[in-house]
Write a protein that binds this ligand. Structure first.
Ligand code: NAD
Length: 261
């Protein structure tokens, strides 16, 4: 258990990729603060599952990532309860698709707030604790859309390119502090966020959900296979390890060849 004694916050970890990352960090013995929306009973079940399987402490904080005061409270609570914040995974994210002309400004604001500004606020709150520990790992979950664009995803692509830029700045600023900051750029991962897009397209185009999965992959990824939350969890464990101590300010793609084109 390579992360025994380390304390991790994973935002948006009640579902999808964030839950996969939380599970992988838990399996390495990290103490966890999970975050995200969901039914209280379902969140309690996740806490109990992680704590029982790995003998770790797990708390949930319900911070709304669009609210800077909530984010500050989440980081403060983690420090108060667990005495430290060593690993911060900025994962919470939402999607909204429309052309620029039709994009509702309030949707633009919420995508930018949750997918980009939340990472800035969480980093600002957590870096002092990491500096005190002289050790830290910041992992920003960007996307292939942090490196290249697609139509109808103006806010998402802007936020993901922004978080890649934020990652580079943090890598430089924190270079000699024991803290690294990197961005993971997944291609398609079959989570509720993507399932919604598949279902909407299947309905719109009158095709089956299975057809739409194949269409989605073949439009973007040479490798016609979804990445999984478990694989992204394993990559997060590696970026949290001592072996990754000189990897900073960069992006790691896990995208089946999407951005090689
Ligand atoms: P998901 O919808 O399964 O999970 C999103 C999580 O974020 C949930 O736990 C949800 O409760 C939480 N969340 C949403 N809004 C929140 C808010 N305001 N405050 C707090 N928590 C909030 O999505 P996912 O696919 O697992 O996406 C996770 C991250 O991975 C996102 O940043 C997404 O952009 C990124 N990503 C996903 C894919 C993919 O194909 N699924 C690809 C590249 C990047």
């Amino acid at each position: 258990m390579s992360l025994r004694g380390k304390v991790a916050i994973v935002t948006g970890s009640t579902s999808g990729i964030g839950l996969g990352i939380a599970r992988a960090l838990a399996a390495e013995g990290a103490t966890l603060m999970i975050n995200g929306f969901g039914e209280p009973a379902a969140i309690q079940a996740i806490r109990q599952e992680l704590a029982a399987a790995h003998g770790i402490d797990v708390l949930h904080h319900g911070a709304d990532m669009s609210k800077p005061a909530d984010i500050a409270d989440m980081v403060r609570t983690c420090e108060a309860e667990f005495g430290a914040v060593h690993i911060l995974v900025n994962n919470a994210g939402i999607q909204y698709t429309a052309t620029i002309e039709d994009f509702p400004p309030e949707r633009w604001d919420s995508v930018i707030a949750i997918n980009l500004s939340a990472a800035f606020h969480a980093m600002q709150a957590a870096i002092p604790a990491m500096k005190r520990a002289k050790w830290g790992r910041i992992i920003n979950i960007a996307s292939a859309h942090g490196l290249v664009a697609s139509a109808q995803k103006a806010a998402y692509v802007a936020a993901k390119h922004g978080i890649v830029g934020l990652t580079k700045v943090a890598g430089i600023e924190l270079a000699n502090t024991g803290i690294t900051c990197n961005a993971i750029c997944p291609g398609w991962v079959l989570t509720p966020l993507v399932q919604k897009q598949i279902d909407a397209r299947a309905e719109r185009e009158g095709r089956s959900v299975e057809d739409m999965k194949t269409a989605l992959l073949s439009e973007k990824q040479p490798m016609l296979d979804f990445s999984t939350p478990e694989q992204i969890g394993a990559l997060s464990v590696f970026l949290s390890s001592q072996s990754a101590k000189t990897i900073t300010g960069t992006t790691v793609s896990i995208d089946g060849g999407w951005t090689a084109q």
